[in-house]
Design a protein around this ligand. Sequence first.
Ligand SMILES: [Zn+2]
Length: 308
Amino acid sequence: MRKIIDGHVHISRWHPLPWTDPLTGNTRLERGMLIGGNGVPRRSLPSYFVDSCYPVDSLIATLDENGVEKAAIMAHLDSEICETAFEAQSKYPDRLMAAISFAPKAENVEKLDYWCDKGIRLLKFEMRGMEETFPGTTVETPELAALINAADRRGMTLTIDPSPASFPCYRPDCMKTMIEKHPDLKVVICHLGLPYKGIQNDADVYAKWKDMVFLAKNPNVYLDVTAIPDLFVEENFPYRSAMDLFHLVYDEVGPKKFIWGTDIPGTFRTATYYQMIQAFERLDFLSESDKDDLFYNNAEHVYFEHTK
Ligand SMILES: [Zn+2]
């Protein structure tokens, strides 16, 4: 039985619905619906999530059911993310590491230190959500750069969702500059750099995507291979063109750079947990030891081993 860490999951607390987050203005509705920045309701969870939440005990039940030892809980920017992360990690300290996130504001460096003192070691930024709430922000924006400096100083791991590859806020150039400034900071780029089916046909986007994922040639940079069912929803299991793109990056950066994960619960809209394991487990270009790295060892190193 292969040991597994899920390197990318989310949780959300219960609220009476509808509930509007005071930081982002997003409104959570019943049965997995969400009203985001553009005012249009969209599905964020399957409809059987009647109260549109996924507390940490539900996550642990999912991990147990699927034989998964540990998980790294990721963060969307929201008003209670630090408290949610701390509660989850404190309740299951042997199984969970949890990320915090902040708005790009100078005073948040102090808050980062506060939560780091309490044991939090992961910092996450989602550049698409950041763009919706704080337009024009990149990893080089001074307020965000200050938070990244602080994460480096405290020996945290930084995880970046760089936004879909075709979006203007997708900035491999800014990521490169930030990464070169922080050679000791472990950086994870999410979702295999967010490609889509047929990306090879859009020359400019494909070039930007390759610039993004090949940042993993830097010794301190990793890629998570999560949310493939969402990104390749029209293709369906086993996501053959996504796996071809994964193969291409694997040949360039080697087996030590990938972290498997699911991005549940949102991905339960389009795939089962078993399918998300099997999409990678069945790849014949990976050796057994490559799969141990992908499913466990790399995540253990990046998300669960911190020297400070
Ligand atoms: Zn995610």
